[in-house]
Design a binder for this molecule. Structure first.
Ligand SMILES: Cc1cc2nc3c(=O)[nH]c(=O)nc-3n(C[C@H](O)[C@H](O)[C@H](O)COP(=O)(O)OP(=O)(O)OC[C@H]3O[C@@H](n4cnc5c(N)ncnc54)[C@H](O)[C@@H]3O)c2cc1C
Length: 268
């Protein structure tokens, strides 16, 4: 397997265009697992470690090459919370947000964060330059995205109007080194606007828009409003039964988790 080491984003995009059998390699924590199991056999890998343009991190722009270790201490509470749950220190030191998005697993822990904030994914190709894709047009199925084969993920862009409160949590079979059975992010703005997004309970991240509308109208939600919020979240998710959990368990846990995170937003 050939290893191509571009020095900047132009070289990386050109390498991808010129080598149709090549795949981008960031931390390798997903890609090399697939290679080692013989699931894929790329003719070449294009390493992104030296591409500085995608390592940049600011409040509203997160470079695709930023590692979860760097996100553990960032500005966004929910992003830091989810970064701290990913794999082990070794996985977080190598694994990037761009790789999490590139894999597009339903269990990718950064995906509910992107969905809840209506993030846009920035892509770049040698032929067409840069374009921005809203999260719900980017993630189109289980491990499927609308990214074209000659495109690199360069960054995640967050909106100007960031929430006043944000919380993330996930449920797994144990408390470390596990893939999520359910993951959730809740965002709340002063004034009541609320967003709730979940992962591992559908082929792509799920936004619970009926639950959002219902709870956004409640300035100080009481027990019955919180119960109703949890009930609607459980209705809106689209989980399946697999070796990690049943559909019923995931549906129930989604409501419980979303309610708990909303309560944390309201208390802080
Ligand atoms: C032990 C272990 C534990 C894990 N735990 C978790 C966990 O708790 N939560 C979780 O969400 N994930 C987990 N993962 C999965 C993995 O670590 C993450 O998905 C990580 O974010 C992948 O990033 P990477 O940089 O290593 O990507 P890579 O493996 O380098 O790439 C992944 C895919 O994205 C593509 N890609 C990467 N960067 C780009 C780019 N800039 N442009 C275009 N395509 C790109 C690659 O071609 C490949 O298809 C775990 C993995 C392991 C091995």
């Amino acid at each position: 397997m050939e290893v191509i080491r571009p020095a900047d984003i132009q070289e990386a995009a050109a390498a991808l265009a010129e080598n149709p059998g090549a795949v981008p390699l960031a931390g390798g924590t997903d890609l090399m697992v697939e290679v080692n199991f013989g699931h894929i056999r790329p003719s070449a890998v294009i390493t992104l470690r030296r591409v500085e343009e995608i390592q940049e991190l600011s409040r509203r722009r997160i470079g695709a090459g930023v590692t979860f270790r760097d996100l553990e201490t960032g500005d966004h509470r929910a992003l830091a919370q989810l970064a701290r749950t990913i794999g082990s220190p070794q996985i977080r030191a190598a694994g990037t947000i761009g790789g999490n998005i590139g894999t597009a697993s339903p269990a990718g822990d950064s995906l509910p964060f992107l969905a809840g904030l209506d993030a846009r994914i920035e892509l770049r190709s040698a032929a067409r330059g840069a374009r921005l894709v809203p999260w719900d047009e980017f993630f189109i199925g289980v491990k499927q995205t609308s990214k074209r084969p000659d495109e690199l993920i360069t960054a995640v862009l967050l909106p100007e109007d960031l929430p006043d409160r944000q919380e993330f949590a996930k449920i797994g079979q144990r408390s470390a080194m596990v893939i999520s059975i359910v993951a959730a992010c809740v965002f709340r703005w002063r004034g009541g606007r609320t967003r709730v997004a979940l992962g591992s309970v559908g082929p792509t991240p799920i936004r619970c828009r009926r639950a959002e509308d219902m709870i956004s109208n409640e300035r100080n939600p009481g027990e019955s409003a919180l119960d109703e919020f949890a009930r609607i979240v459980s209705e809106e998710v689209r989980p399946i039964t697999d070796h990690r959990g049943t559909e019923d368990y995931r549906r129930h846990s989604s409501g419980v988790l979303a309610r708990r995170l909303l309560e944390r937003c309201l208390a802080s």
